[in-house]
Design a protein around this ligand. Structure first.
Ligand SMILES: [Cu+2]
Length: 196
């Protein structure tokens, strides 16, 4: 009786094990299929994810390249000899109006000051304060011949500082590309003083 039960239970157990093995083989097949599908789909998903996650800085914003650095070199730090702070001023905006002005011109912003004089070869810290809580501004600086030298983002409610050392004299226009044509200015680069 007891041994019979054991004898009887063994084939059943083996049968169950065989069934499980078949099921697991089938599952493995499905899993392998899923993995193959995932390996084909995942890189595409990751590609999309990284493209979406990439900060705009990498794509659209840049400091001067080697050629542009011969005209102006830009660094985060340096032996600063002069400083200028530039504000982003809301001239006419939807929050404060006048609403007729905003209706006619759209929102109007300005750099303040918009005209900056800098001596050539004098490392000058330029700090841009974006005073707007919800407006992106940027800074595109060009050479006197309008060759673009750099393009920086000025994030909402932030200060952006760089040390600019100009190596050529002249009038260097700058713009916010988001708010054209009104949001612009000029940097006048003068020769070094004779006493220097
Ligand atoms: Cu702007």
């Amino acid at each position: 009786m007891h041994s019979g039960e054991v004898a009887g239970s063994r084939p059943r157990l083996q049968r169950e094990r065989r069934c499980m093995r078949v099921a697991m083989t089938a599952m493995n097949g499905i899993w392998r299929g899923a993995m193959v599908a995932a390996s084909a789909i995942l890189p595409a998903l990751i590609g999309v994810a990284s493209a979406v996650a990439a900060p705009p800085m990498e794509k659209h914003y840049y400091l001067p390249d080697a050629a542009a650095s011969k005209i102006v070199s830009v660094a985060k730090t340096g032996n600063v000899e002069a400083e200028v702070t530039v504000l982003t001023e809301a001239v006419a905006i939807k929050e404060t109006g006048p609403k007729e002005t905003v209706a006619k011109f759209g929102e109007v912003y300005a750099f303040s000051p918009a005209f900056i004089a800098i001596r050539r070869e004098v490392p000058t810290m330029l700090t841009f304060w974006n005073l707007q809580p919800d407006d992106e501004h940027d800074l595109m600086l060009t050479a006197p011949d309008f060759t673009v030298l750099l393009h920086l983002t000025l994030a909402p409610l932030s200060k952006t500082s760089y040390v600019f050392t100009f190596h050529k004299d002249g009038i260097f226009p700058f713009y916010c590309t988001v708010h054209q044509p009104e949001m612009n200015g000029q940097i006048l680069v003068l020769p070094p003083t004779s006493t220097k």
